[in-house]
Design a protein around this ligand. Sequence first.
Ligand code: FES
Ligand code: FES
Length: 83
Amino acid sequence: MTSPVPVRASESPFAVQVEQGKDYWWCSCGLSKSQPFCDGSHKAAGDFTPVKYTADASATVYFCGCKATGHAPLCDGSHKKPV
Ligand code: FES
Ligand code: FES
């Protein structure tokens, strides 16, 4: 059985100003129309579910847009690797 492959929503991360204590749901499937966050579109994509991120501080956070990060939901530089 093969793992489902997410859609590459962006070639670079999304910079988001997050608020301390607030929960965010990162889109892991790449189909959401409100990137980098889940809009429910994964229901058409099979095995994907959103990944919860709770902000421990108010800051700018770089959420992965390529969906290939090894450190979901944050960008780990994997978008620079050739596909
Ligand atoms: Fe992609 Fe929900 S829309 S995980
Ligand atoms: Fe996905 Fe950077 S945007 S690892």
